[in-house]
Ligand binder design. Structure first.
Ligand code: PMP
Length: 283
């Protein structure tokens, strides 16, 4: 494989960054996980906008234009001859003198890695086999006042600690007041009496791009949607539940803390609508 490091394609084994890079030392970096379907990036605008907001939250003024970033991603896909892929694009504040206080990001570190995934869309294959197991863990989501949830930074320790607590596929976290937020790397949806619910972005929830697309699709196919503040019991009493993220797309929850969940018709309808959207846009 070849990866893109600071403007150059290099063999994966030679793709390294400095031990003094602030992304390594402090998690002082932003990133995006993107999905290429048939050679083009799904929801590019949404990803580049979220990356911009992350970099603004961290005051990383890296000076790399959106088109330049997109060109680097396509160069990486082409160099590896892959069209269906997971793409990770990271921008760190770079190497700076050994002080916590950041200096301007005059020399950011920019890394793009890709790895091949199965085809998506209507004739595609999911990256997961079977419904997800999920568990509500003790680790609480970091409050927005401590670290803004909309910033997708290299510091994923909150999610790492949550995942360490469980053998389940996804660790669901509550906020400091005990309300549902999201999984370590996914947004949470549940269905009750035909209404689709997901925790609102006013809580410490990453504005997932798959979440946004799924809410739009639900509206298009006439499924009523609500965003709000929910308790664990709202989820336990739900008729169906699913998780969303860029690689899982729409993944049903098959059990929560050992209690079985049926894969319901709303989840199936939205997964099919998602596949149809990908098919029409990318293949
Ligand atoms: N929440 C968290 C904490 C995540 O890490 C992710 C993955 N980026 C998501 C939600 C889902 O976001 P997206 O649909 O943009 O992949």
């Amino acid at each position: 494989m070849q990866y893109h490091v600071n403007g150059r394609l290099v063999p994966a084994e030679e793709a390294t960054v400095s031990v003094r890079d602030r992304g390594f030392m402090y998690g002082d970096a932003g990133f995006e996980t993107l999905r290429a379907y048939g050679g083009t990036i799904f929801e590019w605008e949404a990803h580049v906008n979220r990356l911009r907001r992350t970099c603004e939250a961290l005051s990383i003024d890296h000076g790399i234009g959106d088109d330049e970033l997109q060109a680097r991603i396509h160069e990486t896909l082409d160099a590896n001859d892959v069209r269906d892929a997971y793409v990770k694009c990271s921008i760190t504040r770079g190497v700076q003198p050994g002080k916590l206080t950041p200096a301007p990001a005059d020399n950011p570190t920019v890394v793009i890695i890709v790895s091949e995934l199965p085809r998506g869309g209507k004739r595609g294959t999911s990256v997961w086999d079977g419904s997800a197991t999920a568990e509500i863990v003790e680790t609480r989501r970091v409050p927005d006042q401590a670290l803004p949830a909309h910033a997708k930074t290299h510091n994923y320790l909150n999610g790492v600690l949550a995942r360490l607590e469980t053998e389940a596929d996804e660790a669901l976290m509550l906020d400091s007041d005990g309300n549902l937020t999201e999984g370590a790397t996914s947004n949470l949806f549940f269905v009750r009496e035909g209404v689709l619910h997901t925790p609102s972005l006013s809580g410490p929830v990453l504005p997932g791009i798959t979440r946004k697309v799924v809410l739009e699709l639900a509206e298009e196919v006439g499924i009523p949607t609500r965003t709000g503040c929910y308790r664990p019991d709202d989820l336990r009493r739900a008729d169906e539940a699913f998780l969303t993220n860029t690689t899982w797309e729409v993944r049903p929850v098959g059990s929560l803390g050992g209690e079985e969940f049926a894969v319901g018709s709303v989840t199936r309808e939205l997964a099919a609508a998602f596949d149809a959207l990908v098919e029409s846009r990318h293949y």
